[in-house]
Design a protein around this ligand. Structure first.
Ligand code: F6P
Length: 321
């Protein structure tokens, strides 16, 4: 009998989720496997809100941000009752394996299902790049490029007006977007949630820069850093006498057409998910190490914590002279 896959996207949307859906549907078609998509993440699974996905239904989406299946952070799925109903939906629709595209919350939900006997393939989709078992998550590269383009514009104005500008980027617990966009955008200072903020050190650096005839600075601050952006701006302005402006990029950096790297990661992980289901490999978390697509046990993958690359902060110290 032919197999059947259910797919959902969950948590914050990330550019490349659509490319992953497309890859799963078309690779499955090649294997004679049927695919249905659950809408709004685990909520759709609980309420059996699904659509049939054939090869045409995923046409013209590879370039689109967001997710055609919509997404949600399901509170109901965190309850025993919610998970029981989700499993009923899976059984009722005779689904052999679920593909869950999302971040760490999505994977924790997937692990709960695997413990109850459901086969789940986890595909990492979040702009935060906060999953320790994989080098990259789908959406991160696009988000960083969006931030970079914003920094370039902001830099023109900061330079023209001799101002310091704090650019707040996303990342509640993980500073990867801040670190990567800060280093590649030539920022003077990067603040990440993994480290405490030393406001005096920033003031000293800006003041020293002024003495060295550097009249403007860009500070990249992740949203999870434990000082509000406006408060930081006031403190810096008072201490250095410089004009300080703030830009909060928020959802500007979460949407948009996925970059080539994100489309590639989505396509390769989507295809691998289908191969693993075809081969009855059991539940796996799929990711990338270097240039190689990898897969591992879901419980093990969740245990691996992401660590900030502090070398990049030291590099900023050297290069932002
Ligand atoms: O998980 C991605 C992310 O964009 C985080 O960077 C951010 O903290 C969070 O989602 C915001 O979530 P929401 O859109 O649900 O408020």
């Amino acid at each position: 009998m032919n197999k059947k896959i259910g797919i959902l996207t969950s948590g914050g949307d990330a550019p490349g989720m659509n490319a992953a859906i497309r890859a799963v549907v078309r690779a499955a078609f090649g294997e004679g496997i049927e695919v249905i998509g659950f809408e709004r993440g685990y909520d759709g699974l609980i309420n059996d809100e699904h659509v049939f996905l054939d090869i045409r239904s995923v046409g013209d989406i590879i370039q689109r941000g967001g997710t055609i299946l919509k997404t949600a952070r399901s509170e109901e799925f965190m309850t025993e009752e919610g998970q029981k109903r989700a499993i009923e939906t899976i059984n009722k629709n005779e689904i052999d394996a679920l593909v869950a595209v999302g971040g760490d919350g999505t994977f924790r939900g997937a692990l709960d299902l695997t413990k109850k006997g459901i086969v789940v393939m986890g595909i990492p989709g979040t702009i935060d790049n906060d999953m320790g078992y994989t080098d990259y998550t789908i959406g991160f590269d696009t988000a960083v490029n969006t931030v970079l383009s914003a920094i370039s514009n902001i830099r023109d104005t900061a330079s023209a007006h001799d101002r310091t500008t704090i650019v707040e980027v996303m990342g509640r617990n993980c500073g990867d977007i801040a670190l990567t966009s800060g280093v590649t955008g030539g920022a003077e200072y990067i603040l990440i949630p993994e480290l405490p903020v030393d406001v005096m050190a920033i003031c000293t650096k800006i003041s020293e820069a002024m003495i060295k005839k550097k009249s403007h600075s860009i500070i990249i601050k992740a949203e999870g850093v434990d000082i509000p952006t406006m408060e930081l701006a006031d403190m810096l302005a008072r201490s250095t006498g410089m004009e300080v402006r703030t830009v909060i990029l928020a959802y500007l950096q979460r949407g948009g057409s996925p970059s080539a790297r994100d489309r590639m990661l989505a396509t390769l992980t989507g295809k691998r998910a289908v191969d693993l289901i075809r081969d009855d490999s059991g539940s796996r978390a799929i990711g990338i190490h270097g240039a190689k697509i990898i897969e591992m046990d879901m419980a093990e993958a969740i245990k691996i914590k992401k660590e900030a690359d502090l070398e990049l902060l030291r590099l900023i110290e050297i290069l932002s002279c």
